[in-house]
Design a protein around this ligand. Structure first.
Ligand SMILES: Nc1ncnc2c1ncn2[C@@H]1O[C@H](COP(=O)(O)OP(=O)(O)OP(=O)(O)O)[C@@H](O)[C@H]1O
Length: 485
């Protein structure tokens, strides 16, 4: 009865809006017909338990340490989404269960232009699934590799959108900790959205002490026993080529790249939201210089340079950065106490480098680059991945984790989620407009259908190992369970 009543209220609102709006009778009827169609779809979705069978998997667009990302088509509606599929046994083996829940919680909780939208999540015996909006513009890593460097105006657009994205997750009390160009995705119009909120590839620096990071031990400043420098001195161009040769390999390696991680995170001193602003500084540097500020041949050496940033942060002359750009980067890549953003995103927004930027209109502006996207299944902006045999290795089926795996698995309880609202409801012109004009709260019809236990799970503090998205109330990394060890 309640849902009938709500349906009637929605229809009344629409009728009222239509009476006020000057629309032709034909348009009026079309909108009402569309409304009924959406209501039917909405009810069907509410009833239906989603599963992998509801989607036709298509081209693979991403591969991570725990699974893969593909575009897929929902069989019932024909809508295209990105499906992230994660192997439960791998999650358990690497102690990532809480992180995958954190990712699902954040995606379900934060409704923002700057965050990739989650349509639903579900699981079967072997896998967890996230069905998200498909962002066909590719990721920032690929864009940067294609462009070498960006002009300051181009960079301002992307850095600005990253500021808004970071601000929106901080507002929900989440810290990302692993913001890097690979996690900045571009939509069809070239606007940026943040993704990948839970499954970092933990680079295990936990056995390193602060003394290991001391300047005497740092690689690039050090000399070998015969007096030669331990790391070759390269020109900006050489360093750029070197970085680009290694970039994809680093992205797909099991340890990932530490280039954007804040020193306090590496040192596990206890950290807060400021660590995401450090990552912003490293990304901005890469956009303007061509490679990240502490790049080194070895990830461990990069970690050392990050911790000794005072010695290693240098701006190559050839890059010709403006004084404002250098100033902003230096105020992001610095001690937590001095770092811009510590008191909130506004500190960064008012920096002179952003002079003239209209923060409220950034997402309505024309993007710095418009990606080429020919149709809804176009994946030209992504790497090509070789398809390997999809069979689940027998180890996963017979290993010690096997008995823990089932779709009613207690480890992954609360994973299932459905966001009925985002079933492409902006596809019909007119409806989106009407919704904007509505005086009701922003998302009047949202119906997030958590399974009962999910509501509780969403409020659980999340603990986990190195480098992962954590609600801020989880504090010192020392207290974390470094399950990779
Ligand atoms: N919603 C999406 N739309 C388009 N592409 C996506 C989407 N989600 C992920 N991708 C692509 O898949 C890649 C891997 O995704 P993601 O980083 O979320 O997976 P992961 O397994 O957690 O990876 P990682 O090992 O880096 O943590 C991204 O870099 C991006 O290119």
């Amino acid at each position: 009865m309640k849902s009938l009543q709500e349906r009637k209220e929605r229809r009344d609102i629409l009728e009222k809006k239509l009476a006020d709006a000057e629309v032709s009778e034909e348009e009026h009827n079309n909108l009402l017909k569309y409304f009924e169609k959406k209501e039917t779809e909405y009810m069907r979705l509410q009833r239906h338990k989603m599963g992998a069978d509801d989607f036709e998997p298509l081209t693979m667009i991403g591969k991570g340490a725990f699974g893969e990302v593909r575009i897929c088509r929902e069989k019932a509606t024909g809508h295209v989404y990105a499906m992230k599929k994660l192997k439960k046994s791998e999650m358990l083996r690497r102690g990532q269960v809480e992180h995958v829940k954190a990712e699902r919680n954040l995606l379900a909780e934060v409704d923002s232009n700057c965050i990739v939208k989650l349509y639903c999540s579900f699981q079967d015996e072997e896998y967890l699934y996230l069905i998200m909006e498909y962002l066909p513009g590719g990721d920032m890593m690929t864009l940067l590799m294609r462009k070498d460097t960006l002009t300051e105006d181009e960079a301002r657009f992307y850095v600005g959108e990253t500021v808004l994205a970071i601000e929106s997750i901080h507002k929900h009390n989440y810290i990302h900790r692993d913001i890097k160009p690979d996690n900045l995705l571009l939509d069809r119009n070239g606007h940026m959205k943040l993704s990948d909120f839970g499954l970092c590839k933990p680079l295990d620096c936990s056995n390193l002490q602060e003394k290991d990071f001391s300047t005497a031990n740092n690689l690039s400043g050090a000399l070998l026993s015969d007096g030669r420098p331990a790391a070759p001195q390269r020109t900006q161009q050489e360093q750029l080529q070197h970085w680009q040769r290694n970039r994809r390999m680093l992205a797909y390696s099991t340890v990932g790249t530490p280039d954007y991680i804040a020193p306090e995170v590496l040192l596990k001193k206890g950290y807060g939201m400021e660590c995401d602003w450090w990552s912003l500084g490293a990304i901005m540097y890469e956009m303007l210089v061509g490679y990240p500020p502490f790049y080194s041949d070895e990830p461990m050496s990069t970690c050392r340079k990050i911790v000794n940033w005072r010695t290693h942060l240098k701006f190559p002359e050839e890059a010709k950065l403006s004084p404002e750009a250098k100033d902003l980067i230096s105020k992001l890549l610095c001690n937590v106490e001095q770092r811009l953003g510590t008191k909130g995103a506004h500190e960064i927004k008012i920096h002179p480098w952003f002079k003239g930027i209209e923060w409220d209109k950034l997402y309505q502006m024309k993007a710095a680059f418009i990606p080429e996207v020919n149709d809804e299944l176009d994946t030209q902006n992504f790497e090509k991945f070789e398809e390997v045999d999809n069979q689940i290795p027998s180890a996963a089926k017979s290993g010690p984790w096997r008995k823990m795996l089932s779709s009613k698995d207690i480890n992954f309880m609360g994973y299932t989620y459905k966001n009925v609202e985002i079933v492409n409801d902006n596809q019909l012109p007119g409806i989106a407009e009407l919704k904007k004009k509505s005086s009701k709260p922003k998302r009047p019809s949202i119906k997030s259908l958590f399974e009962d236990e999910a509501a509780a799970a969403a409020n659980q503090p999340v603990q986990g190992s190195f480098l992962n998205l954590l609600p801020t109330q989880i504090e010192a990394p020392e207290a974390e369970n470094h399950s990779r060890k």
